[in-house]
Design a binder for this molecule. Structure first.
Ligand code: GDD
Ligand code: MG
Length: 366
């Protein structure tokens, strides 16, 4: 847990939540990525609670895809001791266009720092220290940077010896450093107001390169605390498990940290093994001898006796029959996996699909 507290001036934030979450299909067919249940609560609850702990009081949600669902989930923000307002793009404006559009709802003066967050990030970094650096250096923008093994999937961000960002290379096949954009920015508000209004703009491909080109002070705040983009099924499952196990602490976790988080009305056989930070959602059932490790089981699902589920997501009302083995897979809502099936490595079963049982054949039944 961060120590929190208020930080001079930074009270407002913009949260980017308009993306379609394509890499997380079929989970995101009905629910936007930022609302997927993660460690027992909508993903964003973790980010909201963290932002609040660093002094943010008011958050503008920049929505587009399935916009109304965000207000249904978070309302006016009172449950988080925040004021939440919603701004919706009729058609998606891109990350930069979304920030510019959301800024219409900000109240702070031009010189104030505004926090901008990608809506799919779990991070343990000290937002207060990032804001303090931004203010001390009077930067135009200060980017949180982290290091990853494969920077080609992210925004590659080289800096000079004083921490000034020297280039911004979004999803380049030839990254010059492992240091990447971690998706949390502090903007001087007037810099946001300088982004052209009412048009599609990418903050990564246009705004940041443009500011650097123009010689504006763009700073990096680099650290190596916990960081994860939950944009793929494997990362989504890992993030949920890390929160349940307390690898990353979250003020929004609805229970104690441990090997499993069992939600209201779920029934787990005393002879089942549920480990590795697994969540078992409300009213779901795990039968005797079943083993569920490092997974997210949604609501009203059934894992029958003897089934094995590892590093996977099991959707609402899905049924996993006895003896089935699932590893690193996503099972959509209402799907049913019949006995004898073994699915591995990235398989995805669409909602409502019924995979028939596979008879185990003996030589005598031919
Ligand atoms: N409102 C709105 N409108 N939001 C959008 C739009 C849009 O048109 N497009 C994307 N977003 C939101 C997404 O919902 C997400 O929260 C955030 O912007 C980033 O989009 P992603 O689709 O998750 O981008 P990414 O993960 O490929 O890359 C971004 O994040 C990386 C860190 O995780 C970039 O910022 C990279 O530079 C960065 O390294
Ligand atoms: Mg992302």
């Amino acid at each position: 847990m961060p120590t929190g507290g208020t930080h001079g001036g930074m009270q407002e934030a913009i949260l980017l939540v308009g993306g379609q979450g394509t890499r997380l299909r079929p989970l995101t067919l009905g629910t936007p990525k930022p609302l997927l249940p993660t460690a027992g609560v909508p993903f964003l609850a973790h980010q909201l609670a963290r932002a609040r702990s660093f002094g943010v009081r008011r958050i503008v949600f920049a929505t587009s895809y399935r916009a109304a669902m965000f207000a249904d989930a978070f309302g006016d923000g009172a449950a988080f001791d925040l004021e939440i307002v919603y701004v919706t793009e009729e058609s998606p404006l891109g990350t930069g266009g979304a920030i510019r559009n959301a800024a219409e709802a900000l109240r702070c003066p031009p010189e104030d720092p505004v926090l901008v967050l990608n809506g799919d990030i779990l991070s343990g970094h000290d937002i207060g220290a990032q804001v303090a650096l931004h203010l001390a250096e009077d930067a135009a923008v200060t980017l949180h940077l982290t290091e990853v093994d494969d920077p080609s999937r992210f925004g590659c961000v080289p800096t000079d010896e004083r921490g000034r960002v020297t280039a911004f290379l979004e999803k380049t096949p030839n990254p010059v450093t492992n240091r990447i954009n971690a998706g949390c920015y502090v903007f001087r508000r007037s810099v946001i107001d300088g982004i052209p209004a009412g048009q599609v703009v990418s903050v990564e491909r246009e705004t940041f390169p443009g500011l650097i080109e123009a010689g504006a002070p763009v700073l990096g705040y680099a650290d190596s605390t916990y960081w994860l983009d939950v944009g793929t099924p494997a990362a989504f499952v890992q993030g949920s498990c890390d929160l349940v196990r307390g690898v990353l602490t979250s003020p929004a976790l609805p229970g104690r940290t441990g090997e499993a988080l069992v939600l209201d009305g779920a029934v787990i056989s005393p002879e089942a093994k549920v480990t590795g930070g697994t969540v078992v959602g409300a009213r779901s059932v795990v039968g005797a001898g079943a083993s569920v490790r490092g997974s997210v089981v949604a609501e009203d699902a059934v894992i029958e006796p003897g089934a094995v589920v590892v590093d996977s997501v099991i959707g609402n009302r899905a049924v996993v029959a006895s003896g089935v083995v699932l590893r690193e897979v996503v099972i959509g809502d209402g799907a049913s996996i019949g006995a004898g099936n073994e699915l591995t490595s990235g398989a995805r079963v669409w909602p409502g699909i019924d995979l028939p049982a596979r008879a185990v054949r003996f030589s005598s039944d031919t």
